[in-house]
Design a protein around this ligand. Structure first.
Ligand code: ADP
Length: 494
């Protein structure tokens, strides 16, 4: 990757996107389109189809037909594997173009996007392609006159609803295992980050995925997302996004066909630093990166810094020092460490959180304002707020922006109590040289992922899923496959 290549792709006009239904590009049934605004400069980048309920129903019908006639589920595993491996290769071959398109759409800094988006997506698709012919059924330990078999069958039609922070990576977390296990999929990307994911779906068709097996419908969550949620013909919904939408999806399921609903929701992840951390400078650097990369728009972001009181002031100063070295700006410049906030709506919400934090007694140690207004884009200074109490909004509510709240603690028990004082439980970290303490933190902090002496970077070999109101079910690793299969028992009298 070099700057010249990036600039070449950035200069290319982006043609209008339509839905992908039954292997074809299809406009909205009423011809509606949505402007796609680039957060880099606030300008219209292109348009996508503004889907209708009828569009979503057509996509679901196409997926259902594809599933029922076995054009994908009925293929031998080796054939499915070949298509998915080719898809991964195509994503990799087009990686920079996809990454730049995605950044123009959602504002993530290119250094992170190139790895986390096409890089990760290709790796994920390949992982599940390679796994699919290594998943066996089971024989139950029955008495000798019975054969008890447990088959793993595809569930049928999977609805996948994807957010805007890492559309390709999170899209692949759902599409990889869903397609590997033989399901058909209807995908709904986010309104504010759909383009790279739509391109990625086009590449799946190019790789040989039969028509109708993967359909993608753009449009508003409350229209096409709701139509998916209420469908009688979608068997499972997999979702990453906000708690509010997650709650709605469960309601839709209850009101329709009781489809399975798997949710990966927000977090308010505690990054806990003890005075006996092996390297406090490194901890400070990683703490800054762990909240501020991608402008804090990371579900596992370490947005609460809990610091042992004896080192509080020095450690906050070290995090601030590491933070000011991170350059905020044009996400398509390789010099940039922190790109744009995804949308104007999100930027305003972030700024409101800062205002609330100070009104509740928090002190701004760094940042706190919008910057680079002259670009027309949406940029915010990385912000550190100290003196955040247990009940403060900044402890209890996810910002999903570049805002770090800091709270001191005195004892290990108090650190655990503070860490567990929210409704969330997605990720967390503890920094300590004490092995016993590290294990007590792993056991004591209620999260899906607990890091020790690092933050982030857990790869595809381990699951990611939340507890509490951070969700249910896991993405990544072989465990993700459970969401995309049904167990069928065969009980045979011999
Ligand atoms: P955020 O606030 O971070 O954008 P959302 O939960 O609103 O999170 O968005 C995540 C995804 O959920 C997006 O693809 C969005 O279109 C979709 N979505 C939003 N509202 C609904 C809804 N009522 N039903 C189904 N999907 C929705």
């Amino acid at each position: 990757m070099d700057q010249q290549q990036i600039d070449t792709f950035r200069a290319q006009p982006v043609s209008a996107f339509s839905h992908l239904i039954d292997g074809k590009h299809v406009p909205a049934s009423d011809g509606g389109t949505m402007d796609i605004i680039s957060p880099i400069d606030g300008q219209v980048l292109t348009t996508t189809a503004k889907g209708t309920t009828a569009d979503m129903e057509a996509a679901i019908a196409s997926a259902r037909a594809a599933f029922e006639d076995g054009r994908w589920a009925g293929q031998p595993p080796a054939a499915r594997k070949k298509v998915l491996l080719k898809w991964a290769d195509l994503i990799e071959a087009n990686a920079l173009e996809l990454a730049v398109l995605g950044v123009r759409d959602n504002g993530t800094e290119i250094g992170m996007a190139i790895k986390a988006e096409p890089g990760s997506a290709a790796g994920t698709i390949r992982y599940y392609a390679e796994a699919l012919d290594k998943i066996y059924g089971e024989i139950a330990p029955t008495s000798s006159d019975i054969l008890g078999m447990i088959h793993k069958e595809p569930v049928g039609v999977v609805g996948a609803i994807i957010p805007w922070n890492f559309p390709m990576m999170i899209g692949a977390w759902k599409l990889g295992p869903a397609l590997a296990m033989g399901n058909s999929v209807v995908l709904k990307p986010s309104e504010t980050a759909s383009l790279s994911l739509m391109r990625m779906c086009e590449l799946a068709l190019e790789a040989g995925l039969p028509s109708g097996v993967l359909n993608a419908v753009t449009g508003e969550g409350k229209v096409v997302g709701e139509a998916m949620g209420l469908s009688m013909d979608v068997d499972v919904i997999v979702f990453t996004g906000s708690g509010g939408t997650g709650r709605r999806l469960m309601e839709y399921a209850a009101r329709s066909n009781m489809k399975r609903v798997y949710l990966e929701l927000g977090g308010k992840s505690p990054n806990i630093v003890f005075a006996d951390a092996p390297n406090l400078d490194e901890a400070a650097q990683v703490a800054a990166g762990g909240i501020f990369r991608n402008s804090g728009q990371v579900c596992v972001a370490g947005s609460r810094l809990l610091v042992e009181a004896s080192i509080h002031d020095d450690f906050v100063a070290a995090v601030a020092k590491a933070t000011v070295q991170m350059r905020v700006g044009d996400p398509l410049s390789m010099e940039t460490h922190i790109g744009a906030v995804n949308s104007e709506v999100q930027l305003k919400a972030n700024l409101r959180f800062v205002k609330t934090a100070t009104s509740e007694g928090g002190k701004i140690a760094l940042g706190g304002t919008q910057i680079l207004q002259e670009t027309g884009g949406y940029y915010m200074e990385p912000t550190i707020v100290t003196g955040v109490t247990r009940d403060a909004t900044l402890t209890q509510k996810e910002v999903f922006g570049p805002v770090l709240g800091v709270t001191p603690f005195e004892t290990e028990a108090k650190a655990i109590a503070l860490a567990n004082a929210t409704v969330y439980g997605l990720a967390g970290a503890a920094w300590t040289s004490n092995l016993g303490r590290a294990h007590r933190m792993i056991r004591g902090v209620r999260t899906g992922v607990m890091h020790i002496n690092t933050y982030g970077g857990a790869d595809g070999t381990v699951p990611l899923g939340g507890v509490g109101q951070s969700g249910n079910g896991s993405d990544k690793s072989l465990h993700a496959i459970e969401k995309y299969v049904s167990l069928k028992t065969a009980w045979i009298k011999l």
